[in-house]
Design a protein around this ligand. Structure first.
Ligand code: S5P
Length: 257
């Protein structure tokens, strides 16, 4: 199931413009590192985006944990995304009926669709969740990743659920560009895989998270992008550690190819 194709070779196989753009910037910048910026102030978020922007392809937010959220903050984040060439991914994990997720994506104080290139969603509610999100995201050429597996030690995801999630992605290719998963799931090369739960030193945290190293994630399990959070954000020198992850992730990708 593991593809030996390069990111560049896969660009033409992608249907969605954002998937093409992401692969393009990954090959150009030579990075498959996504940052999970799980910080709670606008200042910390923007500082991370500016300092680590040159090292990453995707900046992942949990916008609802920011104490002092403002539209100015996301405007500034969008400027940094342009300056450093990364995509913004709001890790909202939508999981409701179509009508509710439509509002959650478009309205409220966060207005996620206005600034997040990528979002993710659970397949659990069925096709209705796709219809609700597409109603908001399609016209703005946004894209979605489906959660096909999770990194926790006691996740309830089953093989059958994962398969059905892949089917849902195949039926919604105009919006779904890939998966949050722990490994590559199909022989097609036209889905992107992002994998969280990546660390060098730790095997887990005290709240059920489990970790793999970059080589396992990218070379062995065939994922495309590794999502790294606290291993970088809580380091004494986040830039230095991000550079290490970036190099390890890229080496693992080159070995895979
Ligand atoms: O299965 C998952 C899916 C996600 S998106 N497991 C995860 O940990 N995540 C997210 O990845 C999680 O919400 C967090 O933002 C990040 C992992 O952070 P870390 O500090 O453990 O690297």
């Amino acid at each position: 199931m593991i593809t030996k194709l390069t990111y560049e070779q896969r660009i033409t196989q992608m249907q969605h413009p954002l998937a093409k753009q992401l692969l393009q910037l990954m090959s150009h910048k030579k990075t498959n590192l996504a940052l999970a910026a799980d910080v709670t102030s606008a200042d910390e978020l923007l500082t991370l985006a500016d300092k680590l922007g040159p090292e990453i392809c995707v900046f992942k937010t949990h916008i609802d944990i920011i104490d002092d959220f403002s539209i100015d903050m996301v405007n500034a984040l969008q400027k940094l995304a342009k300056k450093h060439q990364f995509l913004i991914f709001e890790d909202r994990k939508f999981a409701d009926i179509g009508n509710t997720v439509m509002h959650q994506y478009r309205d409220g104080i966060y207005k996620i669709v206005e600034w997040a290139d990528l979002i993710n969603a659970h397949s659990l509610p069925g096709q209705g969740i796709m219809n609700g999100l597409k109603k908001v995201g399609l016209s703005k050429q946004r894209a979605c990743l489906l959660l096909a597996q999770m990194s926790g030690s006691e996740t309830l995801f089953t093989e059958e659920y994962t398969k059905k999630t892949v089917n849902m992605a195949e039926e919604n290719r105009d919006f779904v560009i890939g998966f949050i998963a722990q490994q590559r799931l199909t022989n097609n090369h036209d889905f992107l895989y992002m994998t969280p739960g990546v660390s060098l030193a730790q095997s887990g945290d005290s709240l059920g998270q489990t970790y793999n190293d970059p080589y396992t994630v990218i070379a062995k399990n065939g994922s495309d992008i590794m999502i790294v959070g606290r291993a970088i954000t809580e380091a004494n020198d986040p830039v230095k550690v991000a550079k290490t992850f970036r190099q390890l992730g890229w080496d693992a990708y080159e070995q895979r190819c």
